[in-house]
Design a binder for this molecule. Structure first.
Ligand SMILES: C[S@@+](CC[C@H](N)C(=O)[O-])C[C@H]1O[C@@H](n2cnc3c(N)ncnc32)[C@H](O)[C@@H]1O
Length: 262
């Protein structure tokens, strides 16, 4: 892999994600409820994925707009096919840590995305730059302690043949931050009235294997062929005792973009 490829966000199986990501959509309801909207604002859905949650956000903006941003071309394609005919939407494929918009938006909303991004300082600076002073950041992502059983299983199977050779030195792809360091980072990036907290959730997906593959294994799916991917998933699920549910810890954040002239 070239360094350019390494720094690019992973592509996803958008169709499978769309069908299986019911827990993420359910959990997003409470996050969306924290957005204080009049209905005519412009809001970025940061890491919009296949548009499941974007659709719910759009319903809160009868006279507003949503700019869906995602780093995965297939997610953007899926979201555009689903919602792109609505003149209140636009979808762009960009890395959120280097976001370039033509305007400053009223608010940034994000669900189930920030833990996929390694450099949270760069991410928050980028989002702050895209938000008008007084606008808010309302987000939830995986936080400290998230999916510990999955991480343990990955640590075991990624050291087994042939995966040890394929993946090399194993480093899991997530940043599961705590509320304290996140508050410091948000303030440093130009936010105020910052509040971050953790909450525990359990996902009971209808199709645990499909959910597991579509949500956790997006980076592995890009590297493994079909046979290897099946074997990899089999071993991970066996290592975890064929789970019917997954234990999550979510990191919530609420913050207001500071007016730099104050
Ligand atoms: C678990 S999905 C969440 C999708 C949607 N927000 C939801 O709640 O269903 C995470 C999304 O983050 C996107 N993503 C990961 N890293 C990214 C980055 N650096 N820039 C933009 N999008 C990124 C992925 O492509 C994926 O669509």
């Amino acid at each position: 892999m070239s360094s350019d490829q390494e720094s690019r966000p992973a592509d996803w199986e958008a169709d499978k994600y769309s069908r299986t990501a019911t827990p993420q959509r359910e959990w997003s309801e409470a996050v969306l409820d924290r957005l204080e909207l009049s209905g005519d604002e412009t809001v970025v859905d940061a890491g919009c994925g296949s548009g499941n949650v974007t659709e719910d956000l759009l319903a809160k903006l009868p006279d507003g707009r949503v700019i869906g941003v995602d780093g995965s071309p297939s997610m953007i394609e899926e979201a555009t096919a689903r919602l792109g005919d609505d003149p209140r939407t636009s979808f762009i494929c960009q890395d959120l840590a280097k976001l370039q918009l033509d305007e400053q938006v009223d608010h940034v909303f994000s669900n189930a995305t920030f833990h996929w991004i390694a450099d949270h300082d760069a991410l928050f600076r980028s989002l702050a730059g895209a938000t008008r002073p007084g606008g808010s950041l309302i987000a939830q992502c995986g936080g400290r302690g998230n999916v510990a059983e999955v991480i343990d299983a990955l640590g075991v199977v990624n050291r087994q043949a042939p995966f040890a050779e394929i993946f090399g030195e194993y480093d899991d792809p997530w940043t599961f931050a705590g509320p304290e360091e996140t508050e410091i980072r948000l303030i440093g990036a130009g936010y105020e009235d910052v509040e971050c907290w953790l909450e525990e959730r359990v996902a009971h997906p209808e199709d645990p294997r499909g959910f597991f593959e579509a949500s956790f294994l997006a980076p592995a799916r890009q590297v493994l062929d079909d046979e290897q991917f099946t074997e990899y998933t089999d071993r991970l699920l066996a290592e975890m005792g064929q789970p019917a549910s997954f234990n999550y810890v979510r990191l919530n954040m609420t913050a207001k973009r500071k007016n730099e002239n104050e």
